[in-house]
Design a protein around this ligand. Structure first.
Ligand code: PLP
Length: 262
């Protein structure tokens, strides 16, 4: 009998398999974790984009969570697409009722790479209420800007300042992703109790980046239970994701920007 790390993804479904719950489960498996899922929304989606969203009623999101954790001990939680403010409140209520249940990696998903809104505008500020529950929050540049009600960072220094501000809002650690900055390096910013670090990675030249954010936050969640620290989980997750991006062009899935190769 063995018990691998059990990771829970609270997120939306992407039928094309590149992002959302499907990417999360592939990531968990690739990294030796056992995946469990609470689905917040169905999307109608292909590699060409999102054509519709069907939200799960928030009370049923809560019922899925309660039913699962009454039985299964989870070692880490990843939060992805929540869709609307009522669902954000349902998840926040659940986490508030189970303090210390498991470390939470919060990916504040707002808009897909293809431009579809995955979080209602009225819910953007509510996501900020989840920050105090987050062991790690992983915003990209547009998400960090929206959470803070500021303009988008245009330099690594800007991003570092915004990461500090997000930490002041309650997240224990912030991984602010610099992928939207121009340049050869995709430098991310890490900040936690122990200090600040720039996490560099060579920019992988591929258009097939669908699901990159989902996969990174899931990789951190999968690695957290066995890593010495959240920072080492983030470093290892980035190394793994770079390899998944390197392999993306070997995959031929659909007619639009394809997924990373898990
Ligand atoms: N669809 C779902 C259900 C998601 O959770 C996400 C995650 O962010 C996306 C799509 C967006 O993925 P991407 O922006 O990488 O295309």
């Amino acid at each position: 009998m063995s018990r691998p790390p059990v990771v829970l993804s609270i997120a939306g479904s992407d039928p094309s398999g590149g992002a959302g719950i499907q990417a999360d489960l592939k990531t968990f498996s690739a990294l030796g974790a056992y995946g469990t899922t609470v689905i917040t929304a169905l999307t109608a989606q292909s590699t060409l984009g999102v054509t519709g969203i069907h939200a799960v009623p928030p009370a049923f999101v809560r019922q899925q969570l309660d039913t699962l954790v009454a039985d299964v001990r989870v070692d880490a939680i990843k939060i992805g697409m929540l869709g609307d403010a009522a669902t954000v409140r349902a998840v926040a209520g659940f986490l508030g009722d189970h303090p210390g249940l498991a470390p939470v990696v919060l990916d504040p998903v707002m808009v897909s790479t293809s431009g579809a809104r995955l979080l209602a505008e009225e819910a953007e500020q509510a996501i900020g209420d989840l920050l105090p529950h987050a062991r790690v929050v992983t915003p990209n540049i547009p998400e960090a800007a929206v959470l803070l009600g500021e303009g988008a960072a245009t330099s690594t220094e800007d991003l570092l300042r915004q990461a500090r501000a997000l930490r002041a809002r309650g997240a224990q650690a912030v991984l602010a992703k610099g992928g939207h900055l121009t340049g050869h390096d995709a430098t991310d910013v890490w900040i936690d109790d122990d200090g600040e670090h720039l996490l560099g990675a060579r920019r992988v030249p591929t258009a097939n980046t669908h699901g990159t954010g989902c996969s990174l936050s899931s990789a951190i969640a999968a690695l957290l239970p066995r890593s010495g620290s959240p920072l080492s989980a983030a470093r290892e997750a980035k190394t793994w994701l770079s390899a998944a991006l390197e392999g993306a062009d070997t995959l031929e899935i659909g007619h639009g920007p394809g997924p990373v190769h898990h």
